[in-house]
Design a protein around this ligand. Structure first.
Ligand code: GUN
Length: 282
């Protein structure tokens, strides 16, 4: 039996249509949601991400403000821009694209973003509320994973969920959201003993490591749901996830592809957070 492929592009366009309707009604109240994206330096991947975010904003009716700063921008200059945007009533969301150049401490910058405008939900205020289960702004990739599961009707209550990867952006917060849905959650990382055995227990396996083909069919229980968060660029220029898609396809019940799975959901959740911030600004 071959798994059902979870189409992140399709689920994204469903959510974006809902957001468009919300934005139209906000506009009637005189509010157009606005997202400011700050990019420092010349990281080519970051330039692509920022371009995609801007395009998604425009298509949905969100105003986008783009700040492209040179590599030699100081931490003080960047923080000063963030503080200006905190005060700007037409800006509802502020996103500082990571990674930042080495001479800038990202934590110092994130701490200066107003928690009300922190659409990445990276500020400790939002990260803390995510853990407490009362965040208004959720981290985008974990929230996107939950949308895929919920909108596909995959229940989590009592399920064994294994998250591979413990990053602050994906693994840790994803584990919290799964826990709030009453799953039994295990978080694995580079020091986990016998990763394969732990993964084989999973009803729902979420992989967010950044290693091509880390997970093959031997790591997957028959009928498991497999969510691949990895985005890896191979030498031949092709994108691939952390999961060996072809082999796992034959064993899982549902699987997300790369590209076209979790990726499109992340940007969609950024749009959603910007709309939520605009609504909260009323
Ligand atoms: N760099 C890679 N992914 C992200 C993200 O989701 N947000 C920000 N701010 N930077 C990133």
């Amino acid at each position: 039996m071959s798994a059902v492929i979870l189409n992140g592009r399709e689920i994204s366009s469903e959510i974006r249509a809902e957001l468009k309707a919300k934005i139209e009604s906000l506009k009637k109240e005189g509010i157009q949601p606005g997202l400011a994206v700050i990019l420092v330096g010349n990281n080519p991947a970051s330039h692509v991400y920022v371009r995609n975010k801007k395009k998604a904003c425009e298509e949905t009716g969100i105003r986008s403000f783009e700040y492209v700063l040179p590599e030699e921008t100081t931490e003080e200059e960047l923080i000063s821009l963030v503080e200006t945007l905190n005060e700007d009533k037409s800006v509802h969301g502020i996103l500082v694209q990571l990674p930042l150049p080495d001479h800038i401490n990202k934590d110092n910058v994130i701490m200066k973003i107003s928690p009300d405008k922190d659409v990445d939900a990276f500020h400790p205020f939002n990260a803390g509320n995510t853990m407490l289960g009362r965040a208004r702004l959720l981290p985008c990739t974990p929230a996107g994973i939950m949308e895929i599961l919920n909108r596909t009707g995959i229940s989590l209550e009592g399920k064994e969920c294994v998250v591979v990867g413990r990053s602050d952006i994906v693994g840790k917060p994803a584990a919290m959201l799964l826990l709030h849905s009453n799953a039994t959650v295990t978080v694995c990382h580079s020091k986990t003993r016998d990763l394969k055995e732990v993964c084989r227990r999973a009803d729902v396996l979420i992989v967010a490591v950044g290693k091509p083909n880390l997970i093959n069919a031997d790591y997957v229980k028959d009928g498991a749901v497999v969510i691949d968060v990895g985005v890896n660029r191979l030498e031949n220029g092709k994108l691939c996830g952390d999961v060996d898609f072809e082999s796992v396809l034959e064993k899982a019940s549902y699987i997300t592809p790369v590209p076209g799975g979790v990726g499109p959901m992340t940007i969609t959740m950024l749009l959603k957070n910007t709309v939520i911030s605009a609504e909260l600004s009323k």
